[in-house]
Design a protein. Structure first.
Length: 117
C-alpha cells in the first residue's frame, strides 16, 4: 500500500536572514526556504557579529547569540520529520533539545544499552 506523504512545511519566500556586522550595519537576505537560510547563516556566521533567521510571521526562530546554527539545524530537521510522521512523545532526562524517541541523544543511547544488560 502506498501512503503519499503530505509536505510537512511550505515556503512563501518570506524567510529573512538578518546579518549584523561590527559597524552596526544590518543586511537582510530574503530566502526561499529554511535550507537556504541555514546555508546563508553557515556561510556568513564567521564574518558577522550576529545572525538571525526570521519567519514569515516576523518571529525570530534562530539567533546566533543564543545557539549554534548546526544545533538549531538538527533540531529543525527533527521537528520537520516529527511533523511528517507520528512519533511517540519522548522527554529527554538530560534536557537535550535534539533528543527524540526515534533519534536519541548519546546519553540516552548509553542508558538504553545499559538497561538492556
Amino acid at each position: 500500500m502506498n501512503y503519499p506523504l503530505e509536505p510537512a512545511e511550505s515556503y512563501d519566500g518570506r524567510i529573512i536572514v538578518h546579518l549584523l556586522d561590527d559597524s552596526g550595519t544590518e543586511k537582510r537576505i530574503s530566502c526561499s526556504s529554511y535550507e537556504r537560510a541555514i546555508a546563508v547563516v553557515k556561510r556568513k556566521q564567521h564574518v558577522v557579529r550576529a545572525a538571525k533567521i526570521v519567519d514569515r510571521d516576523d518571529e525570530v526562530v534562530f539567533s546566533s547569540t543564543d545557539m549554534d546554527i548546526n544545533v538549531w539545524e538538527q533540531v529543525w530537521k527533527n521537528e520537520k520529520r516529527r511533523l511528517s510522521v507520528n512519533v511517540e512523545t519522548y522527554e529527554c532526562p538530560y534536557d537535550s533539545l535534539p533528543c527524540f524517541a526515534d533519534d536519541l541523544c548519546v546519553q540516552c543511547q548509553i542508558d538504553t544499552v545499559q538497561n538492556r544488560h
